[in-house]
Design a protein around this ligand. Structure first.
Ligand SMILES: C[S@@+](CC[C@H](N)C(=O)[O-])C[C@H]1O[C@@H](n2cnc3c(N)ncnc32)[C@H](O)[C@@H]1O
Length: 303
């Protein structure tokens, strides 16, 4: 096994001790110490010679090193200065690796411009190149990382990510479940979402307080192409599910009263056969896409 992969608990503890680093829980610094899991994550990504890999959270660089063997290029981003320095020392110079020391997100929301620029640079090397997100994500930013990759026009092909189990269950929840929400609809309308493996806290060091899951997301271009405007749809879902238990009609009137008249909303609901009692949490992703599209077109007509 490669030296950089020797990420067992004692090895990790020694390494961090030598560099005077204490794991920071506020940055989601829970490192994978079960090498079988690291290998499993990388295997599930099916990394090939046209793949540009984005890893958010380099950590000590164990998984990063593993991915450089097969990928066209690996871009790994780490916010913590000490961890970045440690990973740089561990990994040394590799032609197909870019280590970035910075926040992967701008304002905890969209991808940082520097990260986007590096992704675009690496993709532009060859038109066959595709992007994959493969990471043991910092749990506090897992939702914006995954959702915002979906909103971009980047040619991403697969995500294999370790996240909190509770979040993974929300991603794949079906209508009428209490966990079904804006995130479930947003992802399922454009991707095939699959929970690959549940992980106990013991595979990480330090142990997180919660269970985790390895999730796989693969784009569904047919679903994606039906959405009239992705940023509009994202905003629509966020606001709609904010009042998930309220009747759809009153929520929509509240959301769009400044842009379209009530009778127009009633016509849309009638045409879609959505009765007075319908609620967002009962509707499947496909219906919510149709509804958002119909409203989007009316809003566009009026503006
Ligand atoms: C769960 S650890 C995963 C590390 C590593 N891939 C592993 O398991 O071996 C998450 C890493 O993300 C880093 N991190 C936290 N917030 C970040 C952010 N906003 N941008 C980039 N890295 C971040 C943390 O410092 C930490 O090293």
């Amino acid at each position: 096994m490669n030296e950089a992969l020797r990420q067992t608990k004692t090895h990790l503890q020694e390494l961090l001790f030598q560099h005077g680093i204490n794991p920071r829980t506020n940055l989601g610094q829970n490192y994978l110490i079960d090498l079988n899991i690291v290998e499993y994550v990388v295997e599930q990504a099916h990394i090939g010679s046209d793949d540009v890999i984005l890893e958010v959270g380099t950590g000590t660089g164990g998984m990063t090193a593993f991915m450089t063997y097969d990928a066209a290029h690996v871009i790994s981003v780490e916010l913590d200065r000490n961890m970045h320095a440690l990973a740089s020392a561990q990994l040394g110079d590799r032609e197909n690796l870019t280590l970035m020391r910075q926040d992967a997100l701008h304002n905890k929301n969209r991808f940082a411009d520097e990260v986007l620029a590096e992704i675009e640079k690496q993709l532009s090397v060859d038109p066959r190149r595709r992007l994959k997100l493969v990471a043991n994500l910092p749990y506090n930013i897992a939702t914006p990382i995954v959702s915002n990759l979906v909103v971009t026009d980047l040619p991403w092909e697969r995500m294999v990510v370790t996240i909190q189990l509770e979040l993974g269950l929300r991603m794949q929840a079906r209508p009428k479940k209490s966990t079904y929400g804006a995130l479930s609809v947003w992802l399922q309308s454009q991707c095939y979402v699959k929970l690959l493996k549940r992980l106990p806290p013991s595979v990480f060091w330090p142990r997180p307080k919660v269970n985790s899951a390895i999730m796989q997301l693969v784009p569904n271009p047919r679903g994606r192409d039906t959405i009239a405007d992705r940023p509009f749809f994202q905003d629509f879902l966020r606001r709609l599910f904010h009042q998930r238990r309220k009747m759809l009609r009153s929520v929509l009137v509240g959301m769009y009263s400044k842009q379209i008249e009530k009778p127009v909303i009633d016509d849309i609901l009638q045409e879609m056969k959505l009765g007075e009692m319908a609620r967002a949490e009962e509707l499947p992703p496909k219906t919510l896409v149709e509804l958002a599209n119909a409203i989007y077109h009316k809003v566009q007509e009026k503006s």
